[in-house]
Design a protein around this ligand. Structure first.
Ligand code: GDP
Ligand code: CA
Length: 334
């Protein structure tokens, strides 16, 4: 079975870790292939180093090296380099980078400087974290450098600041007018991205931020068309639990693009290709379930543990098999 997933950072990574656990338990005799298309709109150059927060969160989480409490960064981390940079007066100081994490960014930047594309660099990092042992291939959505910017009003003027400055430094509290993704229009999907969508047996949308994670990946030329055209069922998981984002500021992002913070409105963002949608038990979508071609299943969606995330991933796969009309799991194992 070939599964392709689009993913941002923490929400995506936790879902994918659950998926890997579910597949190991339910398909012990075959190695399903999971191709992850990661968001690179969050990428930023800091201290001369290229940082890819969403890709790294997936690498650390699937590789067993993530700081569980934070959901990002490395476990057992120290911050000597950041402290020394602060002594030097180097900026910015609002983005936390630990020492082990710095090594990732130094290595990535070294390979990029030699001319290696980000997709190949990411493959090197994925090998370090053993993603292949889980049948996972991690692809950046594009090798073209792109950056999500946020247009805000400062002192009466509209200025675009990097997404990370808005999200991390200002905690999304600066009134945003719109998101602009520098470089996205002329970006090319990274090698394998469009093929992974077209040739998948199942396409999954983890509960990643619908605007600044999934929404950015959908903006890569060709991705949305590939999703519309794929023969695979496309099933998504709502990022809302009890009507609210579990963490982060997805509600602010949605408001910025004029969309309500409801599971129904988020499904609407994907309506041209979505076949199935998992919503939290508390977020009923009664009128949608009956009236649309979208198959909706309500269940608990809090990824409170790896086991809980595995159950959610299993429910997403089961819904995909159902909408694909497969009589049982064996149908898709070929
Ligand atoms: P980021 O790049 O680190 O912000 O992570 P993502 O974009 O991948 O995911 C962020 C989204 O994950 C947020 O909008 C959260 O609401 C959602 N999320 C986080 N934890 C959970 C959870 O346990 N259940 C569900 N359903 N969504 C979650
Ligand atoms: Ca992110």
């Amino acid at each position: 079975m070939r599964i392709t997933a689009l993913a941002g950072g923490v929400g995506g990574a936790r879902f994918l870790r659950g998926l890997v656990h579910h597949l190991r338990a339910d398909y012990p005799d075959e190695q399903p292939q999971v191709t992850v298309i990661g968001n690179t709109g969050d990428d930023i150059t800091l201290f001369g180093l290229r940082v890819c927060p969403d890709l790294d969160t997936i690498l650390y989480t699937l590789g067993g090296g993530v700081h569980e409490g934070q959901g990002w960064g490395r476990a057992d981390e120290s911050h000597h380099v950041a402290a020394e940079l602060a002594e030097l007066g180097a900026t910015p100081q609002w983005f936390s980078l630990g020492d082990k994490d710095f090594a990732t960014h130094i290595y990535r930047s070294q390979l990029l400087a030699r001319g290696m594309p980000l997709s190949s660099v990411t493959a090197q990092l994925a090998a370090r974290w053993g993603l292949g042992d889980h049948g996972v291939t991690l692809l950046p959505m594009t090798d073209t450098p792109v950056e999500t910017h946020v247009v805000v009003t400062q002192g009466g003027d509209q200025v675009a600041i990097h997404f990370q400055e808005w999200w991390v430094r200002h905690q999304a509290a600066l009134e945003a007018d719109r998101f602009v993704v520098a470089g996205l229009d002329s970006a090319t999907a990274a090698p394998g991205v469009l093929e992974a969508i077209r040739s998948a047996d199942v396409v999954l949308l983890p509960p990643s931020n619908p605007v600044v994670s999934i929404g950015i990946i959908l903006g890569v030329p060709g991705v949305r068309d590939a999703l519309r055209g794929t023969r695979a069922p496309v099933v998504g998981v709502s990022p809302l639990v009890g009507g609210r984002p579990v963490r982060g500021h997805a509600d602010v992002c949605l408001r910025t693009i004029g969309v309500d913070t409801t599971s129904e409105a988020i499904a609407g963002l994907y309506q041209d290709f979505l076949d199935g949608w998992l919503v939290d038990s508390e977020d009923a979508m009664a009128h949608l379930t009956g009236s649309s071609r979208l198959a909706v299943v309500a269940r608990p969606l809090l990824m409170s543990s790896v086991a809980a995330a595995a159950d959610i991933a299993g429910a997403a796969l089961a819904l995909a098999l159902r909408v694909a009309g497969a009589p049982d799991q064996t149908e898709l194992q070929k």
